[in-house]
Design a binder for this molecule. Structure first.
Ligand code: GLU
Length: 299
């Protein structure tokens, strides 16, 4: 018997994945429109994913405002959309697989302790303690050296902790060099980028109070949603190295990537969500139409 034909499964899949921790700004609009343009060029499905795992910063009213602003911009996302916080079990399952591979350990230092540890280790070596591509100090603690039985007992006793990826061991598991492919605006492969996830050190995969992290959740959800092309701002370019590592370790397919330029504020800096002046709301209230905004952003 011939295999059933699934036309949907043959179509590329794109997603726009904002975090509802503020109002949508022009940078989001550009990203959403970049996704729309590539989806049209590829005849792809276009998904919306609400990345709301950080419950301290994300709020339902921001989510509602984002949905409304995207509708005003007339971008047609498939419904229903995925809310990341409703899929924590999926993220936990991926974390369990990494743990079963011996790649995860708990660390118990507070943020303040980690800061002074990094300073102490810099003083010891006479060299600055290395920073990750975002400028944060690499993990300087010694969680990896805690005997597993002791670490497990401290976790079971409810001690605050972060679950970290043992980067050196993970890198040693790779079969070969790690890379990803960047595409142009229409999804055509352009160049291969060598991934260097070790520059991030022992990244946090989960915390006691938050069972997943951005990296783990994004990789899990992209795979479960069958995302074939990730289109997002270039501020996430370096994070892609970590995503490729997690995909490789977990046996997940590698999407193609496009990291587009950011919309800068009048001061030449990246826009922040609190930059209300550059939010949609102010522009809409000032009489700007969706067509005007599309033209202004070059779409
Ligand atoms: N949720 C992330 C953000 O708003 C984007 C994640 C992604 O596109 O991979 O910055």
């Amino acid at each position: 018997m011939a295999a059933a034909h699934h036309p949907i499964a043959d179509r590329p899949v794109l997603r726009f994945a904002p975090s509802p921790n503020g109002l949508l700004h022009l940078g989001h609009a550009r990203s959403a429109l970049e996704n729309e343009r590539m989806a049209a060029a590829l005849g792809a499905r276009l998904l919306l994913r609400i990345e709301d795992i950080d419950r301290t910063r994300c709020r339902p009213e921001f989510e509602a405002a984002m949905i409304e602003d995207l509708a005003w911009l007339r971008i047609a996302f498939e419904t229903p959309y995925r809310r990341q916080s409703e899929h924590l079990a999926d993220h936990a399952a991926m974390l369990a697989r990494l743990a079963a591979m011996g790649l995860v350990y708990p660390s118990f230092e507070s943020r303040a302790e980690l800061k002074s540890l990094a300073a102490a280790r810099a003083a010891e070596s006479g060299r600055p303690w290395p920073a990750d591509p975002d400028g944060a100090p690499l993990y300087a603690g010694r969680g990896r050296d805690i005997p597993p039985a002791e670490a497990a007992a401290r976790v079971a006793a409810g001690e605050p902790h972060a679950l970290r990826l043992d980067m050196a061991t993970a890198m040693a598991r790779l079969a070969g060099p790690l890379s990803w492919t960047e595409t142009d605006a229409t999804g055509r492969p352009q160049r291969v980028v060598t991934a260097q996830p070790e520059r991030w050190g022992d990244i946090v995969l989960a915390r006691k109070e938050l069972a997943t992290s951005y990296h783990l959740a994004v990789v899990t959800d992209d795979a479960l949603q069958g995302v074939t092309h990730v289109v997002r701002g270039e501020d996430l370019f370096e994070a892609t190295a970590v995503h490729r590592l997690l995909q490789d370790l977990l046996g997940l397919p590698a999407p193609l990537y496009r990291h587009h330029g950011l919309v800068l504020g009048p001061d030449g800096k990246k826009l922040s969500k609190s930059d209300q002046a550059e939010g949609f709301r102010g522009l809409r209230e000032a009489g700007l139409t969706a067509g005007d905004l599309r033209r202004q952003l070059g779409f």
